[in-house]
Design a protein around this ligand. Sequence first.
Ligand code: SF4
Ligand code: FES
Length: 373
Amino acid sequence: MIPAPWALLAEVTHACPLHCPYCSNPLELVRKSAELSTADWARVFGEAAELGVVQAHVSGGEPLLRPDLAEIVAAARRAGVYTQLVTSGVGLTAERLGELLAAGLNSVQLSLQDARRPGSDLIAGRVSYTDKERAAGVIRDAGVPFGLNVVLHRRNLDNLQEIIEVGARWGADRIELANTQFYGWALHNRAALLPARDQLDRAKATVAAWRETHGSGEGPELVWVMPDYYEGVPKPCMGGWGARSITVGPDGTALPCPAAYAIADLAPPNVRERPLAWIWTESAAFNAYRGTDWMTGPCRECPRREIDFGGCRCQAHALTGDAARTDPACSLSPDHGLVRDATATVGAGAADDFVYRKPGAPDRTDESPRIPG
Ligand code: SF4
Ligand code: FES
């Protein structure tokens, strides 16, 4: 019996004004001309609700670039699905947020790249800090639940205390401190993003101290997403493959995880061709790494196999070329040396420039950290 999914990640577009070098979108971005229509998304939300989905992250790229976003949100609302807008804040005016709230939007998650303007704009690859500050004010004034998401890496970890203070000042209810997960664009930029162990130790102490002094609910709640390269223990990625969540990309590609575009032999189904119920229960892609029968190597006999599900399939594929291998982040993996070697070279003359996310395949020769605008 396959349990129902509870979450949908709706990537309504890959278009984005920002160029973050750790973007979770695939290296090959979907063109605007291939995007699902408003009616397609309305059908997807209806099918998702019937399947059991209760909440959706309406994401991108930058979802505000879809002029029909309010209609998409309204369709989710009619289907009874809770919606969270995941946005860079660029283009989020009081009018636009009012339109989305009237359509039924339930909450907003705003991204922040660093505590101060120059660092944030450098990481985003575009002048955008002021837009984010203004968007935070708009969200706070609307009184809608407000989450801040900060991807952490070598360039901003040392500013963590100040990042948390900015989140508190901007009125966030919750700050997700998401240590970079290295696949896709982030793996491409790993040499520039991978932190040193002592940076992580200091960051963890900062989070612990904040929780200690703000334990009684004053100030934002902090969520710490673990940096698996240093833990020796893999994360239970996506709560297990095909266990909780469905990603639908801008062109209707359906995946168990947003990074799974890169698994070349997965042959993902498309919502234009199949209903979501079939995709969830019957498709080869969603069944490929479900449960434990597919496991290889040390995972097969490991007492943690029902706890971490063998770690991350996308990371196993990205580092070893085989998504069925034990996640190399696990200290028991025969491939763990791939992760150990990467952490051993942090700061030892490794390349430090970003390859910014942009349409078209990334080019390692285009490494300038100049702001593209
Ligand atoms: Fe998890 Fe597999 Fe490592 Fe065991 S061997 S801890 S199941 S990844
Ligand atoms: Fe895809 Fe972990 S990111 S399974």
